[in-house]
Each structure stands twice: as structure tokens, then as C-alpha cells.
Write a protein that binds this ligand. Structure first.
Ligand code: 5RP
Length: 233
């Protein structure tokens, strides 16, 4: 099975999980990336069960609208029972490294509001120590140099994200992203706090204080559900 096939499998499993466990009429929180896209594709077949969605990126919004799913501003909703999103890395406690798709700030906002965070990954994303994947940090453009300096002091090697055409990548929020290489994040909660304290940082792509509640992990042998609040099935 290819990585894409595993992502499709967990996307479908997440749609089945949400259909089984969430009441009709709720607004769904929807993440960003190729795995989240498979979730959107799968949930679109059940769109009439839901009021609509709140989205973590312009790209996901476009995909939801393409399927005729209403997209609401977060300020318009009272309640977000579930948020489904991928991750670049996840450890055994459900701490995640996210933001490979550049949507980390809106993803963190939705994760903070959601009652339940369902992380959807293929098995290659499961790690014992976070940081092999470069850590995305969204930064106010004028603070690029000072934040990069501070990140080097914390032991990393920041590189500004560029688009395939060579231009500087700009997030949906008009900010730049520094991808921090060569990290071994032994204490994700402490590191999240340390990076958050650097002036000019908008969001760090470490989701440790608000990690996943559930992970649906796709592998060659199927989808495993890991519940960080308790049982494993
Ligand atoms: C986007 C993200 C994604 O969830 C993360 O990059 C995983 O993406 P994919 O499902 O394409 O592997 O955090 O900002």
C-alpha cells in the first residue's frame, strides 16, 4: 500500500468515526493537507448530516465549497464538537508537530476550541521524539531576523520557507514561515512555551499543550485507533 492509499484509508475512517460518534447538525472542524483532503472527500458524501464546517485554510475552504459544504467563520459558531486534521509527526502522548502545509495558526485556533481533536496520519508520522521534520514557526515579517536568531539560540537551524517558484512563502495570514531544522524536542510542552515567548512569533507548529485526543493511524494492516485519553483498540 502506498502512503497516499494509507492517507485515503484514514480519511475515510475519520469520516466513519465522525458519522458514528457525532450528533447530526453540528459544525465540523476541518484541517489542512493531503490527509485532511481525503477526509473532506469522504465526509462530502454525508454532508447533509452536518450544518457545515469551519476550515483551517483557504485551500480547505475551497475544497469544502466545491462539494457544496457551507463554511462558517469561527466567530459565527458556538460550539465545535470535533476537529479532524493531519500531522507531520505525532508521538506516543499525542503531541504533534504540524504546519507542513503552512496552516498552523488557524489549525491551532480550531484545535484550541474543539472538544475533540481527531488526528489522521499514516504510520510514517509516528515518532518517539519530535523534530526530525522541520518545525514550522509562523512569524511577523519584520521579526524574521530576530526570531531566526532566537531559534538558533534554542538549538535549531531556521530556514525561511520559499515557494516552488522561489518567492517567499506567505501564509493565509500574510506572515512568513521559518522551518526549523536539526531539532530533537525532548520536552515538547516546554519547547512550545519557549518558542511562543519569542516576540514576533505568531504560532509554533508544536501541538503539545493541546495535543490529539484520538489518532487514526493508517498502516498496511489497516487503521488503528489510539485514544490518548484512555483505551487503545
Ligand atoms: C498543514 C498540516 C498538515 O496536517 C500536515 O502538514 C500533514 O499534511 P499531510 O496530511 O499532507 O501529510 O499541519 O499545515
Amino acid at each position: 500500500m502506498t502512503q497516499d492509499e494509507m492517507k485515503r484509508l484514514v480519511g475515510a475512517a475519520a469520516a466513519a468515526y465522525v458519522n458514528q460518534n457525532m450528533p447530526e447538525g453540528i459544525t465540523l472542524g476541518v484541517g489542512t493537507g493531503s490527509t485532511a483532503n481525503f477526509f473532506i472527500d469522504a465526509i462530502a458524501k454525508h454532508k447533509n448530516r452536518y450544518r457545515g464546517a469551519v476550515s483551517s485554510s483557504d485551500a480547505s475552504t475551497a475544497r469544502l465549497l466545491h462539494y457544496g459544504i457551507d463554511v462558517f467563520d469561527l466567530n459565527q459558531i458556538d460550539d465545535l464538537p470535533v476537529y479532524v486534521d493531519g500531522a507531520d509527526e505525532i508521538n506516543e502522548l499525542g503531541h504533534m508537530l504540524k504546519g507542513g502545509g503552512g496552516a498552523l495558526t488557524r489549525e491551532k485556533i480550531l484545535a484550541s476550541v474543539a472538544k475533540e481533536f481527531v488526528c489522521v496520519v499514516d504510520a510514517s508520522k509516528c515518532v518517539s521524539v519530535l523534530g526530525f521534520f522541520p518545525l514550522p514557526v509562523e512569524v511577523i515579517p519584520m521579526a524574521r531576523t530576530s526570531v531566526a536568531h532566537a531559534l538558533r539560540t534554542l538549538g535549531g537551524m531556521p530556514k525561511i520557507r520559499v515557494r516552488p517558484d522561489g518567492d517567499i512563502y506567505m501564509s493565509d495570514n500574510g506572515c512568513i514561515i521559518l522551518d526549523v531544522h536539526r531539532l530533537k524536542i525532548i520536552d515538547p510542552e516546554a519547547f512550545e512555551v519557549a518558542v511562543n515567548q519569542i516576540p514576533g512569533v505568531v504560532t509554533v507548529g508544536l501541538f503539545a499543550h493541546r495535543g490529539a485526543d484520538i489518532c487514526l493511524m493508517g498502516s498496511v494492516s489497516g487503521v488503528k485507533k489510539i485514544d490518548y485519553r484512555g483505551e487503545m483498540t
